[in-house]
Design a protein around this ligand. Structure first.
Ligand SMILES: [Zn+2]
Length: 216
């Protein structure tokens, strides 16, 4: 049952233990936001084995110390609903240095209300040339948070292995209110190659040095 729910809500960490009521139900509708839209809420705890103290590194002085209060996390959208997880995380206490800390999960991000699978959904959609407004509407989040996720994404890498075209077109484009970016394209295939964060010649030069001399 737990694994089935895990797949339904789009998470992967089996340390989430979902709370099922006596009728076998694990989610329910509640209302959220200023527009009072229907959100689908699932409750769980995040369990964990004893973890090493993040402060002093000891394992043998760490003991379980109850659970956190409810933390509300935005889940990926699998059914068009605003899906949310209310989770209580296992807490720990280190008797050596008196630090308290919480269980961690690869499905959650530090200091973010968005689950990692939701962030991955946002990034995947943004790579498909869909506007931030449309992504926000489809995933039931605000446009500003889509903007924030895309701009803080550290998983984007330039592909310096691709062969540069023999005809290179380049220009500068306005990418936000005050920012101009350098953009370049394949002049024969009419394919956009990259947009750089700015248009400073120092950074443009540095970018192209990422390609091998032979490639250039
Ligand atoms: Zn400690």
């Amino acid at each position: 049952m737990n694994n089935t729910i895990l797949r339904y809500v789009g998470l992967t960490d089996p340390n989430f233990k979902f709370i099922v009521n006596s009728d076998g139900e694990y989610n329910r509708y509640e209302h959220r936001g200023r527009d009072h839209h229907k959100a689908l809420i699932t409750h769980a705890t995040l369990e964990s084995y004893i973890m090493r103290c993040p402060d002093c590194g000891f394992l043998e002085h760490v003991t379980k110390y109850g659970y956190t209060d409810d933390i509300e996390i935005y889940l990926p959208t699998t059914n068009g609903y605003d899906n949310r997880l209310i989770v209580k995380k296992q807490r720990f206490h280190c008797d050596n240095c008196n630090t308290k800390f919480n269980a961690k999960s690869h499905d959650l991000l530090d200091n973010s209300k968005f689950s990692r699978p939701l962030v991955n959904q946002i990034i995947a959609m943004s790579q498909d040339d869909i506007s931030q407004k449309s992504i926000a509407r489809a995933l039931r989040v605000s446009t500003s948070s889509v903007h924030r996720v895309i701009n803080s994404d550290q998983t984007y890498y330039y592909d310096f292995q691709r062969q540069l075209p023999s005809v290179l077109c380049f220009d500068e484009v306005r990418t936000s209110a005050h920012n101009m970016s350098f953009v370049y394209a394949d002049g024969e295939a009419h394919q956009l190659i990259e947009i750089l964060p700015d248009r400073l010649s120092k950074n443009i030069k540095e970018h192209f040095l990422g390609y091998s001399l032979q490639n250039r």
